[in-house]
Each structure stands twice: as structure tokens, then as C-alpha cells.
Design a protein around this ligand. Structure first.
Ligand code: GLN
Length: 389
């Protein structure tokens, strides 16, 4: 239930956490009511990419950067066709955006897309609370006649939890589509003539991911989350990719079974984020929910295969439970943890030693960056080249 209002900054709003803590502020974006999982992102830039990342479906994103909306909204940066966050929490919205690409204000964009937000919140206190207590359900209520706090809290506690949520099919494409390869002079390579063909299983894919492959001469066939192994192989792929996506990986039984078929055949395989969790499951590891997750653009990750540390973009609330210090025997041969987060030792990547398959928990495709991890797309290309040699 939302109604768009421009300039709704005087309308009162309340944020109610499921543990009863509340924050008062003003409506930002659409006026109405929304529920989701409260998570915080520490990215100082890239709010358009965050808002339009389908992995944020059903999450209310709290921005730790105090000033949001400075560069307005442009038509070039979205990662998908719409805003996916369930709600948006900011401290101090920009009143006058300034950027040569800006088309409208963030407040207008949120309102137009019916996204309920709140501004004027002490986002630092809220973030500290979520770090101590963990990610939890939240509601944002805005309007001139708000229900009493007991009623709002009861509604928050009835909202669905993220644990156990199966959401990929809600965000993924319904129809397959092709992203053509890009040639050396920036030209589009005619379909069917690219160097490599990749079948990308869309679990909530961000637009930049096929683009990063296309830039490397790959023609990407994006397939719905429900695609079968036969549908994957119908495109005659040199490699198979499993994307990022929302929800709890423990529910992703269908992609796990498709991935197992790919591992069985030994086709080069790459996974990002949800795709990494699916590889973990396909290999027989468990997944678990992190207390408050990793969301931001400056997370230190070590590539244990080279020893190099990279600064990386993250958006995950779940992680793979795999042993850090030993090679594991799996039904598809030996596997190891290839990448680890230096803040907390969370598994950030997996690789098989006997088959051409690997994945990372973070975002080498990240726009607006950082781009330290872009080499992973080259690794995928090398695996496909190796298979041909
Ligand atoms: N960006 C993603 O793919 C997120 C994966 C999963 N939904 C998580 O929260 O961990």
C-alpha cells in the first residue's frame, strides 16, 4: 500500500525493528508501509546499483554513508529494470542533486517506483544496533496518521523472515535472452559468431555481469532460474554461469541439481555470490546465515591461490560452511576454499582441483567498482580456452 508524493519530506515516518527498537524520521520516496529484513550497506557510492540489485529483494537497506542522493538518478547505472530493495533508510538526503548525467532526484525515483523510505534516521546508531543484535525484520511506516507502536510491532513480527526464503524465481527473467559479445572496437558481434558461448542461469542477475563477459568476447545466453540442465545444454555452451540472487541458498534445490549435472559433464563453470553458495551445496557443504552479512564496496578478500589481497564489493547475508585449511574430497573430486574475507575469515570463494569449476561470494562485476577482482572473468575465459585446447 503506497502512494507517491513528491517532496514528502515533512511527512512523519517510523522505523520499527522486530526487537521493538524504533527510530523516528521523515518519509523519503513513497509514503506508505513496507516490511523486509533490515541490512546495512557501507558503500559510499553506487546507490543506484545497490537499489537495483535483485539480490536486495525483500531487504530494507540502511545506508551508512550519511549523505545520499547527491548525484541524483541517471538512466545508465541501474543493474536491472527496477528498484528491488523493499525499503530505504538514509540519514540526510541530498536536497539538490548535482551530476551531468542526473535526470531526476532519488526521492522522486523512489516515489515513482513505490519504494517506501525514511530519512532523518541516526543510521549510525541503527547500524550499531544491527551489528550487535544481527539482521532482523523491520517495518517502515509513513503518513500523517500512523498506527500505535504495538500495532506496528505486531505487523513487523508477522512479516516473512529471510531464512528459508526462496526468491530467485520472483526476480529472474521469465524468458531467455541473449547478450551479444562485444568486439575489440566496441562493436556488437553477430549472434552465433562469438568466440565463446556461456549459458547464464539467472537467479537474480545484475546487468553488469553479462556485460563483463560480453567485453571478453563471450555471447551470454541468460536463462530463467527454472531452466533445466537440458535447457542449459541446448545453447551448446562452452561454459555455464550461476548468478547472484536473493533469498536463502538452502532453498535453492533446483539450481543445485542443475549445477551437479554441469559438474558431472565437466563443463567450465563459474558462480558469483548465490552461485558460490550453490556450488558449496552442490559439493556437499552446508550454508548458514551470517549475523549481519557483508554489504559494501571495500571488503578485503585474499585470493589464496596467489596470496594477493583485493578490495571487493559484497552483498551477502549467507555463507558457505567449508573447511578453510584443508582440501575436501567431494563427489566431483578435490575442492578448496580459494578466497577468504580478511575481516572475519568467511569463505569467499571455492575451486575444484580436478574439474574446471570455481566461484566467488563477492562481486567481480561490481559497478561502480572496485575492480580488483575483474581477473576472475579472465580465469573463466582461461578455463573455457583450456577445455578447447
Ligand atoms: N548477492 C547475492 O547473490 C546474495 C546471495 C544470498 N541471497 C545472500 O544473501 O547471501
Amino acid at each position: 500500500m503506497t502512494t507517491s508524493t513528491r517532496g514528502a519530506t515533512k511527512v512523519p515516518a517510523v522505523l520499527v525493528l522486530e526487537d521493538g527498537r524504533t527510530f523516528r524520521g521523515r518519509a523519503y520516496g513513497a509514503v506508505g508501509v513496507t516490511f523486509g529484513e533490515a541490512v546495512f550497506s557501507t558503500g559510499m557510492t553506487g546507490y543506484q546499483e545497490t537499489l537495483t540489485d535483485p539480490s536486495y529483494h525483500r531487504q530494507v537497506v540502511v545506508m551508512t554513508a550519511p549523505h545520499v542522493g547527491n548525484t541524483g538518478v541517471n538512466d545508465e547505472d541501474p543493474e536491472s529494470q527496477r528498484i528491488w530493495v523493499a525499503g530505504y533508510v538514509v540519514r540526510d538526503p541530498a536536497r539538490v542533486p548535482s551530476n551531468w548525467r542526473s535526470r531526476r532526484t532519488l526521492d522522486e525515483e523512489l516515489a515513482q517506483q513505490g519504494v517506501v523510505g525514511i530519512s532523518g534516521v541516526d543510521t549510525r546508531a541503527l547500524t550499531r544496533h544491527l551489528r550487535e543484535r544481527g539482521a532482523m525484520r523491520v517495518g517502515i511506516f509513513s503518513g500523517n496518521a500512523l498506527p500505535d507502536e504495538g500495532t506496528m510491532l505486531a505487523e513487523v513480527r508477522q512479516a516473512p523472515e529471510m531464512k528459508g526464503a526462496d526468491l530467485s524465481a520472483e526476480v529472474a527473467t521469465k524468458e531467455p535472452y541473449v547478450v551479444p559479445a562485444i568486439g575489440p572496437d566496441g562493436e556488437t558481434v553477430p549472434i552465433g559468431t562469438a568466440k565463446f558461448t556461456v549459458a547464464a542461469v539467472d537467479l537474480g542477475i545484475k546487468g553488469m555481469t553479462p556485460h563483463r563477459m560480453a567485453e571478453r568476447g563471450i555471447e551470454v545466453h541468460v536463462l530463467p532460474a527454472t531452466a533445466s540442465a537440458d535447457e542449459v545444454y541446448a545453447v551448446n555452451p562452452d561454459g555455464v554461469f550461476f548468478s547472484n540472487g536473493p533469498g536463502d541458498p538452502a532453498t535453492a534445490d533446483h539450481p543445485v541439481s542443475v549445477m551437479r549435472a554441469v559438474l558431472e559433464r565437466g563443463t567450465p563453470l563459474f558462480g558469483i555470490c548465490f552461485g558460490n553458495q550453490i556450488l558449496g551445496r552442490a559439493l556437499g557443504f552446508g550454508t548458514y546465515k551470517l549475523k549481519y552479512g557483508h554489504r559494501g564496496i571495500n571488503q578485503p578478500v585474499q585470493d589464496r591461490t596467489t596470496g594477493k589481497v583485493e578490495v571487493t564489493a559484497h552483498n551477502h547475508g549467507f555463507a558457505v560452511d567449508a573447511p578453510l585449511d584443508k582440501v575436501s574430497e567431494t563427489p566431483y573430486g578435490r575442492a578448496e576454499v580459494s578466497h577468504v574475507c580478511l575481516n572475519d575469515n568467511v569463505v569467499e570463494g571455492l575451486q575444484l582441483l580436478d574439474r574446471p569449476a570455481f566461484s566467488v561470494q563477492y562481486h567481480p562485476e561490481a559497478a561502480a567498482g572496485p575492480h580488483d577482482a575483474a581477473y576472475l572473468f579472465d580465469r573463466f575465459v582461461s578455463l573455457m580456452e583450456g577445455q578447447r585446447a
